[in-house]
Each structure stands twice: as structure tokens, then as C-alpha cells.
Design a protein around this ligand. Sequence first.
Ligand SMILES: [Mg+2]
Length: 254
Amino acid sequence: MKKVLAFDIDQTLNELTKTPIPLEMGSILTKCLDHFEVCLISGQKFDQFIAQVVDRMPEATPEELSHLHLFVTQGTQYFRFNPKEKQWISVYDNPLTKEQVEKISNALETAAKELGYWEADQLLDGDEIIEDRHAMVAFSALGQKADAHAKHAWDPDHKKRDKIVARAKELAPEFTFEVGGTTTINANTGATKEYGMTHLLEELKVEKSDILYFGDMTQPGGNDYPVVEMGIDTITVRNNEDTSFALKGILGIL
Ligand SMILES: [Mg+2]
């Protein structure tokens, strides 16, 4: 008998990436909380976990929610619900190490300088191009304080940032670089689900064999594949309907 049901979110619990899960799925997950510890693990941020999943479980009581575990940004952050205070609390939050921040910052600076996109002379007083944002490093080509008009004009078609990203990836291939906002590139450790699942095992004090994991990208190269490689029992789903079918089966035999 499994103790833990763990889920990818996008295309495992919802129909389309970054959309809320169907209310029916929310109600099935709520029932699961009465029998299992339920873990969600995805590359998304905390706010997305709430909007996509937790807000779609309106019938869940505080006691039930205390069995829901949010492994945010691939488990670099872990949140649990405190039923007495009726709020989500951060159990741990693993920021980047100093060395990681340095390596990412150097890659971005070198890439931008090589390409002629290092705009230090345009910065306003006290502003910075590269900023340590705890679990990520953000590159803002004109700094944080630049006016919106200048920001919009700088790289409207992403071409400059695509080039910086491509070069930064060559310089520091172990990290993930992503274009975002108007002048921004976000970078982080590129932690995979192996990172999160390893912490899940520690935090919940369970064995791999206690877990049943649901994901849609379990093929080699897919973002759920690291879980398969760890030797955790996995159910591959094509979509939320497969997941819902499997869960109804599991709940039906209890
Ligand atoms: Mg997915």
C-alpha cells in the first residue's frame, strides 16, 4: 500500500500548461487527502501552485490540506499548510549558493559584454544589471529603475536576449537561462525533479517504495524522467483525464 501520491502539475492535473486544474480534479485530489499524503512537484512558483491547484480544492478542510505538500520550483522550496493558523508555511527554502550566483553572474556579464549588450553606462544611480534574487539570478539589461519606454525599446523582439542566453548557456551549461519581462533574463540551478523528490523522501520520512508518482513526461529527456530513473513507481498519463481515471480506480478500491 502506497503512503504518498505525488503529481506533476502541467498536463498531468490540468489540460493546458499553466491553467487551473478542473474542479472535478480538485475534488478527487481532496478525497485523496483523506487516505494519502499528496505531493505536488513542478517548476512553477508558489503563487502558481495556489492558483492552479489549491484554489481549485474549495471543499478541502484545513485538516485535509495539512496532508498536501507543495514542492515549489522543482522542490527548491517546500510549503505545508498549518491547520491551526490556516495558512501555508515555508518549511525550507534553498537559495542558490554564493558560488552558483557568481558563476551565473559571470556567464551573463561575459555573454552581454562579448555581444556588445552590456549597458552599464545607461544605468541610473545605484542600479544594477545583475541581481541576486535568492533562488534565481536576474539580468535586467538597463537595470531595475530604467523607465518603461526605454525598456520596451531595448529588445522588443527578444533577439538580443536570445543571443545572450545562448552564449551564457555555453559558458555555464549546468544552469537554466530564460528570457522574461521586457529586458530580463532569469537564471537558476536548473534543478530537476530528482532534487525535489530526494527532499520529499527526507521531509516525509518515507521510502521510495511508499510513493506512486503521476507524470506526463516520463520518457527519457522528459521533465518527469528523473523520477523514473530514481526507481520510484510511476504512472505515465497522457493528460488529466488519464490521471482522474487512475485516481478514481485507486479511491474505488479503498
Ligand atoms: Mg507535465
